[in-house]
Structure formats: C-alpha cells, structure tokens
Design a protein around this ligand. Sequence first.
Ligand code: HEC
Length: 168
Amino acid sequence: MKHALNFALATGIALAAAHAVAQQHDPAMHMQHQAQAAKTAKAAPKDIRQAVKFPKVLREHTLANMRDHLLALQEIQEALAKQEYDKAGDIAEHRLGMSSLALHGAHDVAKYMPKGMQEAGTAMHRHASRFAVAAKDAGATGDVRPALAALAATTAQCVACHAGYRVQ
Ligand code: HEC
C-alpha cells in the first residue's frame, strides 16, 4: 500500500518534471504532448521523453557515467549511515559535483544536449557540490538533515532529466 502510494507520487513528480521541462523550453512540443496525451488518455502510458541523438561512443560513455552516478549515490548513502560525512561529501564532489565535469567529458557531450537537458545536468552538478558542503557541515553540527535535503535536491535532477529525455 505504502509502496504503491510512493510509486504513484514518484510517477506524478516525474511527469510534472517532464511537463515543466517541455513547457519551459519548447511550447510547440508542449502542445504536441498535450494533444498526444488526450488521444492516448485511456491507452497504456506513452513514452513522452524527447529522444536525443548522441554519437555511439558518447552514448556508451554517457550511460557508463550514469551507472557510476547510481553507484556514487549508493556509496554516499552508505557513508552517511556510518556517519562518514567527509567521505560522503568527497564522493559527491568528485563523482557528481562540479569537480566531476571534466571526468565526464561534459564539454564534449553538452553540445548534443537540448537546453533543458543541459540545465538539468548543470543543476545536478551544482546540487551535488552543495551536498558535499552540507555533508561536511554535518560532521561539525551533528545535524544531517540539511545534507539529506541537498541530496534529495540532487536526485530530483536525475528524476527530472530522466523524465524528459532519452538517448538514441
Ligand atoms: C542531464 C540529464 C541526466 C541527468 C542529470 C541524469 N541522467 Fe541518468 N540518464 C540520462 C539519460 C538520457 C539516460 C538514458 C535513458 C534512455 O535512453 O532510456 C540515462 C540513463 C541512466 C541510467 C541507465 C544507464 C544504462 O546503462 O542504461 C542510470 C542508472 C542513470 N541514468 C542514473 C542516473 C543518476 C543516479 C543520476 C543522478 C545522480 C542521473 N542519472 C542523472 C540523463 C540524465
């Protein structure tokens, strides 16, 4: 029951995020999505993500980075549970934060991304760096809640980008 509710909430948030991204950056596409949504209202949920073309090598590179993003989140949560706040902060900064941009070849990839996708990526890096600072603060204050909020703001960018885009 609780899981079903959480899932419904998560789906709602993801759709709202996709909607917001589409609306903000391409009104024409937003209208198209609405028309499509109306037509298929009773059918199975439709994949409304925008397909983005990446060269094959960059696509593979990006997906490998993505799997490392997920691993980094797992390692961060584990470090938080052990109250290893500096370690949590370092993982976030180096693997997800502003310091990870070169590692991810962000410069090469960004030019293939629509604006909304670029913005979600940049916002994710910013929030991860904010989390890194908040995690280190938690070591001093003993209050982990601001760090958890910053971590949630970071994963919200994963959710928003995934709701709006897929790669080909
Ligand atoms: C700027 C956009 C963007 C952000 C931000 C983003 N992703 Fe992704 N991610 C994608 C896209 C696009 C795909 C490919 C989806 C598809 O084509 O179906 C993807 C795929 C993935 C995959 C699947 C990889 C595979 O091998 O197929 C994982 C896991 C993932 N992302 C994790 C994350 C996590 C965790 C975060 C946040 C810390 C994150 N991503 C942030 C765009 C993003």
